[in-house]
Design a protein around this ligand. Sequence first.
Ligand code: HEM
Length: 138
Amino acid sequence: MNRLAFALPMLLLAACATTPRISLYEQFGGQAGVEALVEELLVRILEDERINAGFVETDLVNLNDRLVEQICVELGGPCTYTGRSMAESHAGLGITEADFNALVEDLQDAMDARGIPFRAQNQLLRRLAPMHRDIVSP
Ligand code: HEM
């Protein structure tokens, strides 16, 4: 009995030590993974005829860099977002509910293409969802 009382916690400890928890940021492949994901996303946005007209005047290098920072932050990665607020950067663009859903679909396709686990995909989407109110025009 005594031996069992000792062995069980040791087994549990060993199990914990050998199954490290992988952070959300790591599930996206860290910095290189986030950069590759944003590239996949921008390619899809620019090919998406539902929304690409809205990006003809956009500085795409800036958009790429700000999205990398922002997604890194939302995934809990070691980054700082240096861009404008979502309200400020989307004000007056007349973005509709359908536009927003189209971009989310492009992001889902991009995450599928990167092989991001489904649960991890949903965690990122959940973190981006509250931005909806600042992005979609009233
Ligand atoms: C969760 C959804 C979205 C996120 C996280 C997001 C994020 C961003 C970020 C980080 C920037 C750069 C801000 C800066 O330059 O300081 C930006 C700019 C921009 N976004 Fe979004 N965005 C989202 C949805 C959308 C949608 C649905 C559209 C239109 C279909 C859109 C169109 C634009 C445009 C055109 C710009 C450039 C604005 C400018 O150059 O002044 N965004 N977005």
